[in-house]
Design a protein around this ligand. Structure first.
Ligand code: SF4
Ligand code: SF4
Length: 330
């Protein structure tokens, strides 16, 4: 491992510990760090969505840090960004109420973009560990072909659209309850974290195919997607960062990658076209290698892991900058 990778591993370990076990370690209850709660609004919305006036679970959104809601009471925060966006689309809170959290989310997205994926996301970190384990198991790496990468990209876009559209769709009172119930937080129903995170945080696994009155076809379809996405995640043994290539959160963050405060620059004179960066990239993007005219080598799929910078054999050929200030150099 090289310097940046060592630093990154340290940050990843701290992030996983904090996001999965922070509440337990710091003796916090998740409710103590909520940013806002809309109890009354929530009660009405719950009745609208579920038609069940006795269900009084308050609608609360916590500091929108990106931990899986299935981390249960062990997690420091509640809900990932997709959860946050879905909740806003479903419950349609007044803008004044949601604005502080939304503003913070947008600022973080603009500043860091997919830095989250490479340095903080516990799922991304664990998929890298899976891939490391491959070496000890003697499994051969399989690289994605360009058409397969494009297909996965399209799947990611499709999933993101379905998740956001269904979150908005179920907010309408005219939609039948049997459809609303399974589609509520469709993102969680299809995300591999729903199975992996509870297993790691001691929270009961929540696969529920028995919602009374819910559409069986929808429930089974979502379960099939959940199984497929979990299999894709564990294919990370041989396919580097397999799930990250379709992750809906990654899709949304990729919009901000080009303009993120973090950027990579390439010294076109120093580059010897050795292609080490292309083979090192876990997202299998070859922008750094292929760019021949522009010094900025950012890419929408880049997760800011900086393996390309770490492994580039040419001194000062690649530089990572934060707001124009150099952070790392090859
Ligand atoms: S690893 Fe460095 S020198 Fe080699 S192709 Fe990439 S940028 Fe150029
Ligand atoms: S382009 Fe470089 S920083 Fe981006 S994902 Fe690939 S190796 Fe990591």
């Amino acid at each position: 491992m090289h310097t940046i990778t060592y630093i990154r591993r340290g940050v990843q370990i701290l992030s996983l510990t904090f996001l999965f076990y922070g509440a337990t370690l710091l003796h916090l209850k998740p409710t103590e760090i909520k940013w806002y709660a809309m109890q009354e609004n929530s009660r009405q919305a719950t009745e609208l969505l579920y038609g069940n006036p006795t269900w009084t679970q308050p609608f609360q959104t916590f500091l929108p840090a990106r931990s899986c809601r299935f981390a249960g009471t062990h997690g420091t925060f509640r809900g990932c960004l997709m959860f946050f966006f879905s909740d806003i689309l479903t419950w349609r809170p007044p803008l004044g109420v949601v604005l502080p959290s939304l503003a913070l989310v947008v600022v973080l997205m603009v500043m860091l973009a997919r830095f989250w994926c490479g340095w903080i996301c516990p799922l991304g970190f664990m998929s890298e560990l899976l891939y490391e384990a491959r070496k000890y198991l003697g499994l051969k790496r399989i690289r994605f072909s360009a058409p397969l990468r494009n297909l996965l990209k399209a799947v990611g876009w499709g999933l993101t659209f379905i998740i956001l559209f269904s979150a908005w769709f179920i907010s309408w009172s005219a939609v039948a309850w049997s459809i609303k119930k399974p589609l509520y937080l469709a993102v969680c129903q299809m995300c591999p974290s729903k199975l992996i995170t509870p297993a790691l945080t001691g929270f009961p696994i929540m696969i529920n195919l028995t919602f009374p009155g819910a559409s069986t076809t929808l429930l089974v379809s979502l379960f099939v997607v959940l199984v497929a996405s979990t299999l894709l995640y564990f294919s990370g043994f041989i396919l580097k960062r397999a799930w990250c290539k379709i992750c809906p959160l990654g899709v949304i963050l990729s919009f901000f990658n080009q303009g993120a405060f973090l950027s990579k620059e390439k010294d076109l004179i120093r580059c010897t076209k050795c292609a080490v960066c292309a083979s090192a990239c876990p997202m299998e993007t070859s922008t750094v290698y292929e760019e021949k005219t522009k010094k900025y080598v950012n890419h929408s799929q880049c997760i800011h892991c900086y393996r390309c910078v770490d492994l580039c054999p040419e001194k000062k050929c690649l530089t990572v900058k934060f707001l124009g200030l150099p952070l790392f150099k090859s």
